[in-house]
Design a protein around this ligand. Structure first.
Ligand SMILES: *Cc1c(COP(=O)(O)O)cnc(C)c1O
Length: 398
């Protein structure tokens, strides 16, 4: 097993909690029946599936028959966008509104739709990483099919004004989808009160297994099936259900939602402590709004530091963190999220995302704050650019 002692990359994925694992195990062993089968072994699996569906519905504030299990958050995003686009194109509506800093599961799907003749308006998110409600309002047109805006950003943790956007979409009769993968278990969500028509979430960001997700769809919309085949998921998403993962997701979402306030209270203290300490370092920026952010998520840019080197140095100390999204790590392109909030390329390159969970301890944060300033100083002392930066010389990395 890897020798990571301090895990601060919970926005990339989380560990499976003990209660989730214990709930899953019987369904991986003796409870292996197919929920479509009529004998007892199958019916028991069907009951477990229904229970998990009710747990998700309760956590979101919707009806059981508005919950669809999928294979991941990305699938939920693809389904919501592609099939809503198709449904609305039939009514002559081919305009979609989104933001510049969505997850790639949204952005790349939108790009595919653009190739198919849809027009997409990407709203700005300004330097605080928050979309303006009035921009959404102004962008809605007669032919707008869909608004899709994430609930909380995965790289910088900023929380979007989703209930207000939901209100506007409702008043204009436009379908509203939100990617809530990062928000579930961190923000209080009720899809009916917040006028959300469709919502995506993923198990592995809330201590369930990888490879299971949910799409909530308001029952007034008759979305076309995404996978054709059997009658699973009320004929909309064929494929024998992944019962152990779904059972785990039901437990995970119940616990995540029940624990929101206690977790936020604890993590907000850690967040303040980290910000106070890190902002003492020379030439550092906190990315995203100081207040309207997830309590467990922090993103800093250090001038004159290369993000990948920083991650490797932290790893040598047994600390796992990220320099943006897991998908961008390993590529030399700066994060589209950091560019969207106006960071210059060279500053975006020196970024660090710290994402905590309810399992994060104060000792772990203290250890991070002990090693981080030392690493930054060492990296800067080796950097040929740092001297230019402190002399105030402007430059561009070619
Ligand atoms: C992780 C993530 C996804 C993708 O979820 P998967 O289950 O890994 O496909 C989508 N959107 C956001 C905001 C995420 O953080």
């Amino acid at each position: 097993m890897p020798n990571t002692k301090i895990y601060l990359d919970n926005a990339a994925t989380t560990k499976i909690s003990d209660s989730v694992l214990n709930a899953m195990l019987p369904w991986l062993k003796e409870g292996y029946g197919n929920p479509s089968s009529i004998y007892t072994l199958g019916r028991e699996a069907a009951v477990a599936l229904n229970t998990a569906r009710s747990q998700v519905a309760k956590a979101l504030g919707c009806d059981d028959n508005e919950v669809y299990f999928t294979s991941c958050g990305s699938e939920s995003d693809n389904w919501a966008l592609i099939n809503t686009a198709k449904m609305m194109a039939a009514k002559g509506k081919k305009h979609i509104i989104s933001t510049a800093f969505e997850h790639h599961a949204i952005l790349h799907t939108l790009q595919a739709l653009e190739k198919d003749g849809f027009e997409v308006t990407y709203l700005p998110v300004y330097d605080n990483g928050i979309v303006k409600v009035e921009d959404v309002k102004a962008a809605i047109r007669e032919d707008t099919a869909l608004v899709t805006i994430m609930y909380a950003n995965n790289e910088i943790g900023t929380i979007q004004p989703i209930p207000e956007i939901g209100e506007i979409c409702k008043s204009k009769g436009v379908i509203f989808h939100t990617d809530a993968v990062q928000a579930i278990g961190n923000v209080h969500i009720n899809v009916k009160e917040q006028n959300i028509d469709m919502l995506s979430l993923s198990g592995h960001k809330i201590h369930a297994q990888k490879g299971v997700g949910v799409l909530y769809v308001n029952k007034k919309y008759r979305l076309a099936p995404y996978i054709n085949g059997g009658a699973q998921e009320r004929g909309k998403r064929a494929g024998t259900e992944n019962i152990p993962a779904i059972v785990g997701l039901g437990v995970a979402i119940t616990e995540a939602v029940a624990g929101i306030d206690a977790k936020n209270e604890k993590l907000k203290k850690f967040q303040d402590k980290i910000i106070d300490a890190v902002m003492k370092i020379d030439r550092v920026h906190l990315n995203g709004d100081r207040e309207k952010r997830l309590a467990g998520n922090l993103n800093f840019s250090f001038e004159g530091v290369e993000g990948e080197s920083l991650l490797l140095q932290l790893d040598l100390q047994g600390i796992a963190a990220s320099s943006g999204s897991a998908c961008t790590s390993g590529s030399l392109d700066p994060s589209h999220v950091l560019l969207a909030i106006g960071l210059p390329h060279e500053v975006a390159h020196g970024s660090l995302r710290i994402s905590m969970s309810e399992y994060t301890t104060e000792e772990e944060i203290d250890r991070l704050l002990e090693v981080l300033p030392v690493i930054i100083e060492r990296l800067r002392s080796m950097s040929p650019l740092w001297e230019h930066i402190i002399k105030g010389e402007t430059f561009k990395i070619q």
